[in-house]
Write a protein that binds this ligand. Sequence first.
Ligand code: TXA
Ligand code: MG
Length: 315
Amino acid sequence: MLTDAAEAARRLADGGLVAIPTETVYGLAADATDPVAVARVYDVKGRPTDHPLIVHVADIETARRCCVLDSRAEALSMLWPGPLTMILPRTELVPAAVTGGLESVAVRIPDHPLTLEMLRHLGGPVAAPSANRFGRVSPTTADHVVADIGTLLDPVRDAVLDGGPCLVGIESTIVDLTVQPAQILRPGAVSGQLLDRLLLPVSGSPTAAASGPSRASGMLASHYAPARPVQLVEREERDTIGNDHTAVIDRSDDPVEAARHLYDDLRRADSQPASGATTITVVLPADDGGIGTAVRDRLRKAAAPRDHHRTSRDG
Ligand code: TXA
Ligand code: MG
């Protein structure tokens, strides 16, 4: 594990992979302009190559080299660095290997000092999906990354940059700006209400729900799944939970804390369940239109029926 941002940048520049801390979850990064390194990200994750990656940049100038920002994107860019990913038309700098062949690219400026420092040393964009194996819950600590993919990384060329636990804890909000009105493809800490407030003055229309073919993996029904079956309970019903044979997670009183600890809670419940527990029961935070809604979205996917034969599920 590394804590040296300059060394992490050197490994990326040499074609290595580096797991990077962000405010949302850890990502598995490669130099976005290096298709060979990007191909290794797909290998290590076990992810189909038609599932596009998010490009992470240090500043708006680098974002402009990767994608075309319209007036809506300019307005939303005041939320950067932060947990917001924008889908925009890509430029030539971003190879098709990053976008699964799409003409659009997902871009964000992550809000983590160590990763921003690393990106400034590198001087260009990195492509990074969440640093978990395909279909499993995202990592929110460097230890989670090592547990998930540590053995798949090359100790000399690759690295895990340890920036401590992620403060938001769930993946960024994804907004598709290649359509009008803009569509929210994945809810996150940036709420639809906040996006609408920034978009209305420049575009005249608020965001719409996602429609058309599933474009974000978070839109797939089963996703973000621990190994044990997950059942969900509304706050009003929590007194009815029996404590036999199930590990109970209840942070429903505080949706911010529920998000911050969600994946660590699920991992712990998976690996050290209460004695005799075979399932995980999670109490849902209120549907508040913000982070509570995003936590509910991830939990619905963690609890969805799984089809182990499907190959299109990703992480
Ligand atoms: O918070 C986050 O977004 C984290 C951290 C590491 O930044 N990253 C993350 O990446 O969650 P990943 O790969 O697990 O999810 C990226 C999502 C996928 O659902 C992918 O389908 C969608 O972004 N995506 C990427 N490019 C896209 C595009 N051009 N059009 C539509 N969806 C896209
Ligand atoms: Mg993911």
